[in-house]
Design a protein. Sequence first.
Length: 156
Amino acid sequence: MEVPNRMLSTLERLRTAAIVALLGIAVTHVFELPDKLKESGVRYQGILFIALIVGCVLMAAIATRAPARPWWTGVLALSALPLIAYVISRSAGLPGGADDIGAWAEPSGIASLVFETAGILLAARALPLVATIRERVFTRPSRQRPRRAELIRGEY
């Protein structure tokens, strides 16, 4: 079965927007990185920021070469995990980061939330499309598939 061009062009547009979201997440965390590395109580957050930045840049770089399903799953993870950490750090607080509790209005945090939310929404839209394409390309109608008993008897 052939995949409609409309579906492929939608995925291409979603992938382009996801690359922008990933790079936006990386840039917003680059601006906060020096402060996190200076503070001794939250240095681990700086290391996590570095891992997130590297992950986002690598995912953006391999966007056209990686298999679609794992790539979109990575986009979802790299978007959702920092958003969850942000909510935890602003509500209950992270170890050593008590000064972040209640600081919901920081501009870099809001910008990061925008990019992270975009990444989540884009991945949520793209993953079902990837599954649909996979079904169209790799499955055969059930009437054409041999049954197990037919396979065993060699009647296919």
